[in-house]
Design a protein around this ligand. Structure first.
Ligand code: GLN
Ligand code: ZN
Length: 756
């Protein structure tokens, strides 16, 4: 049996590419030095796959920033404002990725978007009516030859023309269809060059096929590939899909002249059914995505072999065992995790360990004695998992009743009660939670972590910071205060560390965008809260002022979405466990006199299914109730806030209203306040604080600017429901601009009150 890897992480085992790029940006190293680091990473990646005997290894899966951006540059899709900089090709590339500010000009970066349902972000290609798509680079050929020189024959991974055209943003009158001929000839020329270079396989990544497709989409796809495949010469072409099933186009795809088709049998809920009902063409290779490219758990070999034998029944010997998607979405290697007990790590497989899994399954399938031993060891692993279950948690989840998901009394009655009790002015002012995380704040946390200072010292420092932060907010004149979140490194890791059932890694970094990586914690077992987590800090903050202080928590859906979830129970079940833990925290805060509590759901949208038809049934129908479970136990007079950012909300407004919070604050300043129309149309009941300025930039917004934003908001939101706040937490900002901005914000709110 042959094996295939769709793509490999490229940030470097120890994030070498990240650090080298950052040095390059600061002009501490030269372009040559950066290129050398990249070459070394590619070499290591290829050789580890070769050593693991992978039959189909990808080249061109490397990228300095993002593969979609690479494709845009390869196809000459470089907007004029970047060309006009007249800087080197690499600098132009980075200008598109990160913006450029210097002696050659001043341009913002291209937009960035979530890559399907992952936490990876791609650069959105921008195509205007004058765009001339043609082959204008040679990266795929160069990388193929580079691997070949190392003795590694590769398949060349390319973002497919259909997905590329669908993900692009069109700034003029033209649309994807208008560029299909140009795109076909550019790719055809590239295929010709690859043939001349001696390549035998190319892989076209077409994940867009797993989305809901229109009739026009299907026509476009067929037109592109009918043309392209008629000119493939000696090349073999693999059509690679992932992140779901291709139910809308399966028969069309199998009818085209592809030599291999890659299907995702893990996330594709209908993939197995599609293959079973429609069969699979005898003359093609079926690349079966069975090794999870998105999660870190060891593969269950018995189960995988069962699927393989089912597929052998349909496609005979032509089955290739593959990863389900690129391994980009998992960390590099377990070798950096010596601190974690074997009891845990033996259940994990990061990218390098997944290579071993491919070769082990191949050995088992070959029927060798070694294979038999491997299989029985794997079975033992799944029978004897270090106990992760907590019966009390399971019983509690099982006992959740319908009423537990409903807060009483209804929103409008609560709104009245809360207005009376809190006595806030019209257009109340507040912040999203965190205040600047200065060097000294981080140092204090690190010193405590390393045991360099005592717990008492650590606490005393933070209390001092809270005192200052409260005094500052009083001086500025904000209405609802926060404690500042000085004890938190990260909104998910902090809670994970205080919940049982979590495991943390040292090196398990995953690329999120460009040089930015995240290190998601792992949900190991049943999750529960042993002791109160935030009560101590909130209570202290409250003791420093007579104004209301908002308690600050992260919601269960966000905690789950930014962790590696379990696979032995559903994510719904895990989320409910986390919801109960956070519910306990909410009730403890309330019992300690905190009468406003914010539960952040920044990542609510992250696991929204790719098909709209699945949005509710597969996700929102349990995710939204899980949020309500967190706050449904509080008294009518306790005000529940939530906060969302990083994503579009316009299309899920009713679901957000159904979270039944009393107030929601969100990021709106960058999206031209389009969301306001959607709120109006949907008769949004929840009180709202659309961010009045963008905290991602150090720029201080003027009073007039904020007044203008509020004036616009008042056209769509009734005065009695409008809050005034920045669009996200202030932790990445400096003290100076924070104070100046908030002073202007308070001043603007006053002006609008007076005007009324
Ligand atoms: N309360 C968090 C903060 O202020 C929210 C962060 C976020 O939404 N990303 O930092
Ligand atoms: Zn935010």
């Amino acid at each position: 049996m042959k094996t295939s890897v769709i793509g490999f992480p490229r940030i470097g085992k120890n994030r070498e590419l990240k650090f080298a790029s950052e040095k390059y940006f600061k002009e501490e190293i030269t372009e040559e030095e950066l290129l050398a680091v990249a070459k070394e990473i590619r070499k290591g990646n290829w050789l580890s796959q070769k050593n693991a005997n992978v039959s189909f290894i990808s080249s061109n899966d490397f990228s300095f920033y993002d593969n979609v951006l690479d494709t845009a540059v390869l196809l000459n899709v470089i907007p004029k404002r970047y060309r006009d900089l007249k800087v080197s090709p690499l600098s132009t590339y980075f200008a598109m990725a990160r913006g450029y500010q210097g002696d050659k000009g001043n341009v913002k970066a291209l937009a960035m978007k979530k890559w399907f349902n992952t936490n990876y972000h791609y650069i959105v290609p921008e195509i205007d009516d004058d765009a001339e798509i043609r082959l204008s680079g040679n990266k795929p050929v160069e990388e193929y030859l580079e691997a070949k020189a190392l003795g590694v024959e590769t398949k060349i991974a390319l973002i497919g023309p259909f997905t590329f055209l669908k993900l692009a943003r069109y700034t003029g009158k033209k649309a994807a269809e208008d560029f299909s001929l140009q795109v076909v000839s550019a790719y055809a020329e590239l295929l010709g060059k690859l043939v001349s270079a001696g390549a035998s396989w190319v892989q076209f990544d077409e994940p867009y096929l797993v989305k809901d497709l229109t009739a026009e989409d299907i026509l476009l796809f067929k037109a592109i590939y009918t043309a392209l495949l008629s000119d493939k010469r000696t090349l073999k072409v693999l059509l690679q899909t992932y992140f779901g099933d291709i139910r809308d186009i399966y028969s069309d795809v199998t009818a085209l002249d592809f030599d291999g088709i890659g299907l995702d049998f893990l996330e594709g809920r209908k993939t197995e059914e599609l293959v079973k009902e429609n069969g699979f063409p005898k003359e093609k290779l079926l690349f079966a995505g069975l090794i999870n490219g998105k999660n870190i758990w060891k593969n269950n070999y018995g189960k995988t072999l069962e699927k393989l034998s089912f597929l052998n029944g349909i496609a005979g010997e032509n089955v290739v065992l593959s990863t389900s998607c690129s391994l980009l979405h998992v960390p590099y290697s377990l070798s950096g995790e010596e601190d974690l007990p074997r009891d845990y790590t033996k259940h994990f497989a990061f990218a390098e360990e997944k290579l071993i899994e491919l070769s082990e399954i191949e050995k088992i399938a070959s029927g060798s004695d070694e294979g038999k031993k491997i299989l029985s060891d794997n079975e033992v692993l799944f029978e004897h998992r270090k106990d992760s279950s907590d019966d009390a948690v399971k019983t509690r989840v099982a006992a959740i009743s319908e009423e537990d998901y409903e807060r009483k009394p209804d929103f409008f009655e609560r709104e009245k009660i809360q207005k009376e009790k809190l006595g806030l002015p019209l257009f109340p002012t507040t912040t999203i939670g965190s205040f600047p995380q200065t060097q000294e704040v981080r140092k204090n946390r690190q010193a405590f972590r390393k045991g360099e200072i005592s717990k008492e010292q650590y606490i005393a420092f933070n209390q001092e910071k809270i005192k200052e932060c409260i005094a500052l907010q009083e001086e500025i004149g904000l209405d609802v205060l926060v404690h500042g979140e000085f004890e938190r490194n990260d909104m998910v890791e902090y809670f994970g560390e205080h919940l049982s059932g979590y495991v943390f890694t040292r090196q398990a970094w995953v690329q999120s965008y460009g040089t930015r990586c995240v290190k998601p914690p792992i949900i190991w077992g049943d999750v529960s809260r042993k002791d109160p987590i935030t009560v101590f800090w909130s209570k202290f903050a409250k003791s420093c002022t007579n104004k209301p202080v908002k308690g600050m928590l992260t919601g269960p859906v966000t905690i789950l979405n930014w962790s590696f979830p379990r696979e032995d129970i559903s994510i719904k079940e895990s989320t409910l466990q986390i919801a109960l833990a956070i519910r306990d925290e909410v009730l403890d805060l309330e019992a300690n006199g905190i009468d406003i509590i914010q539960i952040d759901e920044a990542a609510l949208r992250e696991k929204l299914p790719l098909r709209k038809s699945d949005w509710y049934s597969e996700y929102l129908d349990w995710a939204i109730p899980a949020f309500r479970l967190v706050h449904s136990g509080v008294k009518p007079e306790t005000q529940i806030h939530t906060h969302m950012c990083y994503s579009e909300f316009t299309d899920i407004i009713p679901a957000i209203d159904a979270m039944d919070a009393d107030v929601i604050t969100f990021e709106a300043s960058r999206s031209d306040l389009l969301i306001l129309d959607a709120l109006l149309e949907n008769h949004f009941k929840t009180e709202v604080g659309p961010g009045v300025y963008d905290i991602h930039s150090p720029r201080v917004p003027s009073v007039d600017e904020i007044v203008a934003a509020l004036t616009k908001m008042r056209e769509k939101i009734s005065d009695s429901k409008l809050w005034v706040n920045p669009d996200c937490g202030l932790k990445t900002r400096g003290n100076e601009e924070t104070k100046a901005s908030l002073l202007n914000l308070v001043e603007a709110a006053k002006k609008v009150r007076e005007r009324r």
